[in-house]
Ligand binder design. Structure first.
Ligand SMILES: NC(=O)c1ccc[n+]([C@@H]2O[C@H](COP(=O)([O-])OP(=O)(O)OC[C@H]3O[C@@H](n4cnc5c(N)ncnc54)[C@H](OP(=O)(O)O)[C@@H]3O)[C@@H](O)[C@H]2O)c1
Length: 275
């Protein structure tokens, strides 16, 4: 059976060793640092391999496309078995795109994905999936308990469950990222608004800080991303930025952050956002 080989950012190809030599080494079973081989797919070399959670539409779909454009292999997740725009991308890009199912709020889905991907090694895990409450301007005292739970479970609890349960699939020098929001910043909250969503992303940031402290010895790169206010289903039509002018920067920033261990909360230009 042929092999799929993914070259990480620190691969020998970048340091002058030819891709062919690396393929041969990997094929021999002596996988050099930054490369891995996987049974069952065609012998292809990619610049990296990302597991992208929540890639059916919006920023996640655009990130999948941008990573593929940069030569990466993307394993993107969608909810349920309905056809999505990620399937259209797969039709166009072939083996560069692989699709798996995951509703991040379902523990059984996370377990099934974990089992499906056992033995794989990713250069990056990025949890993009997120939601907001139906009426974003509802105050914290006015929201129903049910809706509060839905938003907090989706935006704060579930991304951390995904990170905790799938982190060992990420290379030791790989990057684990989660899509936060500028609205998750406690320090910058001077105007209020979008109270429930803000709180969910602030909680996510706090949980990620706890994870980073607990996993400090791992040496992995951990990033929370504040992408900016962007026109998507979630961002709405009044957002000042388009997907086209923001997502390439987010992807470029993430690729450039690899190899820098520890947690940072960054905007799409790689600038620190106050916690
Ligand atoms: N757009 C902005 O202005 C903005 C700003 C700051 C942060 N963000 C963050 O960026 C991320 C993406 O937002 P977006 O603007 O692209 O939103 P979007 O267009 O509404 O897309 C949301 C994505 O998350 C997925 N998702 C939602 N709940 C899920 C669940 N339980 N399990 C698995 N996937 C789930 C959706 O999948 P389905 O297709 O199955 O629903 C979809 O792929 C979110 O975390 C959001 O909070 C966005």
């Amino acid at each position: 059976m042929a092999q799929h080989i993914s070259a990480g950012h620190a691969s020998g190809a970048a340091s002058g060793e030819g891709a062919y030599a690396l393929l041969m080494k990997a094929g021999d079973g002596a996988t050099p640092p930054g490369l891995f081989s996987r049974k069952g797919t065609a012998m292809t070399r990619f610049q990296g391999d990302i597991l992208l959670i929540g890639a059916s539409r919006g920023l996640g779909l655009a990130m999948a496309e941008a990573f593929v454009r940069r030569g990466w292999h993307v394993t993107g997740t969608v909810r349920g078995n309905r056809r999505t725009a990620l399937h259209d991308l797969q039709d166009r890009q072939g083996e560069a795109v692989e699709i798996a199912e995951l509703d991040i709020t379902r523990i059984e889905d996370i377990t099934a994905l974990h089992d499906k991907l056992a033995g794989r090694r990713f250069d990056m895990l990025f949890v993009n999936a997120g939601t907001t409450n139906a009426n974003p301007e509802e105050t914290i005292g006015a929201i129903s308990t049910e809706e509060f739970i839905r938003v907090l479970v989706t935006n704060a609890l579930s991304p951390m469950r995904v990170v905790e349960r799938l982190d060992h699939l990420v290379a030791p020098d790989g990057l684990i990222g989660v899509m936060s929001s500028g609205q998750g910043s406690v320090a910058n909250n001077l105007k209020g608004g979008r109270e429930v969503y803000r709180g969910s992303k602030a909680a996510l940031n706090q949980y990620m800080r706890s994870y980073a402290a607990r996993e400090a010895a791992s040496g992995r790169t951990l990033r929370l991303v504040a992408p900016g206010w962007i026109r998507t289903d979630l961002g709405g039509p009044d957002a000042p930025f388009t997907i086209e002018e923001t997502v390439p920067k987010i992807v470029e920033m993430l690729i450039g952050e690899r190899g820098k261990p520890g947690l940072r909360y960054l905007d799409r230009d790689g600038r620190d956002v106050p916690w």
